[in-house]
Design a protein around this ligand. Structure first.
Ligand SMILES: CC/C=C\C/C=C\C/C=C\CC/C=C/CC(=O)SCCNC(=O)CCNC(=O)[C@H](O)C(C)(C)COP(=O)(O)OP(=O)(O)OC[C@H]1O[C@@H](n2cnc3c(N)ncnc32)[C@H](O)[C@@H]1OP(=O)(O)O
Length: 253
């Protein structure tokens, strides 16, 4: 992960090939979010070092034949990442310079503003299409971004939106021709707050988001147990094995 700082922190996810979210990347993200808060940056922009993938979502290898202690730490660290990002008092924006399926979409929808590169990229919560249920807080992040009815249809169908569709439904706020333009547009959004007192802004955002945050905070243990029960089911392990094989086969074509 690289951080440039000109008052606005540009945080670049840098875990080739597809920025899949494993324990190490999530821990690095959490440390970075803490640093951005401590450094009193004007705001933070999340982007990717890959030219085609913003983030492929959760690293499936963390869930396949997992070590019991590590997989629990993995989930708790993912919860922490979301609580820090969705609940950040500083302004946040995502310069989405590639595909953003599942957990990649979670990161983007946890930010306050999204600019995505025009092109053949897709974004969405595709969990149901993979035979799994998007956790409540994943669903809440989407419901917080697009109209409830559109969110329900997208979640139940596991819809991956094209860039045009995402713009139309409000899943992204703007498009850009390239990464530099996406970052500039995100900076422009963050600079809108230059004349707004940051304490009032931050508290207003937290009040606006508190219901959703509280839901996970009060249900953390149950949410973790639900995940662990699911991931340890032989049938789920079988599906993960098949899915991994399918991804490998596709990448070798
Ligand atoms: C599937 C989960 C099933 C069960 C989970 C069970 C229980 C869990 C319960 C609750 C959790 C619910 C929440 C889940 C949220 C998630 O985020 S799950 C992850 C979902 N992500 C995806 O489905 C994306 C899969 N990837 C892709 O579609 C493409 O890779 C992508 C469009 C992002 C990029 O395409 P491309 O540039 O062509 O790259 P390749 O496909 O060729 O991939 C390059 C190598 O990267 C490996 N890889 C890709 N995605 C992942 C991943 N998410 N985790 C680990 N590894 C991944 C891919 O296999 C290639 O590897 P190789 O080079 O062959 O070694």
């Amino acid at each position: 992960m690289a951080v440039d700082n000109d008052g606005i922190a540009v945080v670049t996810l840098q875990r080739p090939p597809v920025n899949s979210l494993n324990l190490d990347l999530l821990q690095a993200m959490n440390n970075t979010f803490d640093d951005v808060a401590k450094n009193k940056s004007k705001g933070m922009i999340l982007t990717s070092a890959s030219p085609t993938v913003f983030s492929a979502g959760l690293d499936i290898m963390e869930m396949y034949k997992p070590d019991p202690k590590r997989v629990e730490t993995f989930w708790v660290t993912l919860q922490d990442m979301w609580l820090k990002l969705f609940g950040a008092s500083f302004p946040t924006a995502a310069a989405i310079n590639g595909h953003a399926p599942a957990g990649g979409c979670l990161i983007a929808t946890s930010c306050e503003y999204r600019v995505m590169l025009s092109g053949k990229f897709t974004i969405g919560l595709n969990e149901t299409a993979l035979g799994i249920v998007a956790p409540t807080w994943f669903q809440d992040s989407l419901r917080h971004t697009i109209p409830t009815r559109q969110a329900e249809i997208a979640l139940t169908t596991g819809k991956m939106f094209t860039v045009d569709e995402a713009l139309k439904v409000g899943l992204i706020d703007e498009t850009a021709a390239d990464k530099a333009e996406a970052i500039e547009k995100c900076k422009k959004f963050i600079k809108r707050f230059d004349k707004i007192p940051s304490l009032a802004r931050g508290m207003t955002k937290q009040i606006f988001r508190q219901e959703v945050l509280k839901k996970l905070l009060t249900n953390r243990q149950a949410d973790t147990k639900q995940f662990l029960d699911l991931v340890n089911q032989p049938k789920v392990q079988q599906s993960l094995e098949l899915y991994l094989a399918m991804l490998k086969q596709k990448s070798q074509k």
